[in-house]
Ligand binder design. Structure first.
Ligand SMILES: [Zn+2]
Length: 316
């Protein structure tokens, strides 16, 4: 079986539930139409969209915001340079503009993007007032806590600067300990699709934490490695996993099949019994390419939670 843009539902059966995509980036308001169109093809009718106030405003004015719950991207430059005043005013702005979530991205590369000169830790006490403010406003966070293991093995070799992956996860854990009412979606399967044991411990300990399935290639590559173990995990945390893609709207460097291939691949992975279907786009993070999709054939009841109920509950 192969992806085909002429027959975008190849291999998929009809689906009883609607789908929430709980994590997309909307950089351009006009370009959202294309995502909405492809979403429609695959049954996706609601989005959590990360968008600037300008983009959000245009979508609202054009009557396109009814499908979207908005997240405010906190200024990561201020995290990189320990500027908690800037972060506090950003959180205030998110609250004032009626955002429903705060986004933060701690892929260690962000320290280079913003030329950080300081030692960084998510749990540095300087950020505590920021997390407290988020907590007070009852704004959930959408947090990228760490990158794939592979990046720590190949790119982030300077552990003093980038920290180890365990350190990054421990820092996030410390934030959760200090802020017990903070509600979070720890995206990309908690950044731990490689280590479901560690992720299970964290989720058992912090009932306010949910996870999402964003980054289609990372999820399919890592979660596909041990389907039996994954299924046990899915049963235990059935109510806390949100379907998501991390698709980005408004970038001009994406190919024509960008939206369709991500939705097709994830749906094939969660819903079907396919074996060894090649991922229809490159996975540069796989040291032994290609990445294959092996379908999990999850039950309609499970899919209803994953695709709809869990996000609906989380954002309502
Ligand atoms: Zn994202």
């Amino acid at each position: 079986m192969k992806f085909s843009i002429q027959d975008p539902l190849t291999g998929l059966l009809s689906l009883e539930t609607r789908i929430w995509d709980a994590h997309v980036h909307i950089w351009d308001a006009d370009a959202f139409d294309d995502l909405a169109k492809w979403g429609n093809t695959y049954g996706v009718s609601r989005f959590m969209g990360i968008a600037t106030p300008d983009v959000k405003k245009v979508l609202e004015q054009n009557g396109k915001a009814s499908k979207i719950v908005f997240a405010f991207y906190l200024p990561m430059e201020a995290f990189a340079n320990h500027n908690s005043d800037t972060l506090l005013s950003a959180v205030g702005e998110a609250h004032r503009l009626n955002y429903k979530m705060c986004k933060m991205w701690f892929g260690p590369r962000f320290l280079d993007y913003y030329q950080s000169k300081q030692k960084f830790s998510i749990s540095d006490p300087i950020f505590d007032p920021v997390f407290s403010q988020i907590e007070d406003y009852e704004l959930p966070i959408d947090i990228h806590a760490a990158d794939p293991d592979y990046w720590y093995e190949t790119v982030y070799l300077d552990k003093k600067r980038y920290r180890t992956k365990n350190q990054a996860i421990d820092e996030f854990t410390t934030v959760l300990e200090r802020h017990p009412s903070l509600k979070a979606v720890s995206i990309h399967f908690g950044s731990l699709p490689e280590d479901l044991d560690k992720l299970s411990v964290l989720l058992r300990r912090f009932p306010n934490v949910s996870i999402d399935t964003a980054s289609t290639k990372w999820m399919i590559r890592e979660l596909g490695k041990n389907p039996d173990k994954l299924k046990e995990f899915l049963i235990e945390f059935q109510k806390r996993i949100l379907f998501a893609t991390d698709l980005s709207v408004g970038w001009t460097d994406r190919d024509d099949n960008y939206f369709a291939t991500r939705y097709w691949s994830q749906r094939l992975f969660w819903e079907t019994k396919v074996k060894n279907v090649e991922l229809p786009f490159p996975d540069d993070d796989n040291p032994n390419p290609p990445t294959y999709i092996n379908g999990l054939n999850l039950s309609p009841k499970f899919l209803e939670d994953l695709y709809w109920n869990n996000a609906e509950r989380f954002f309502s």
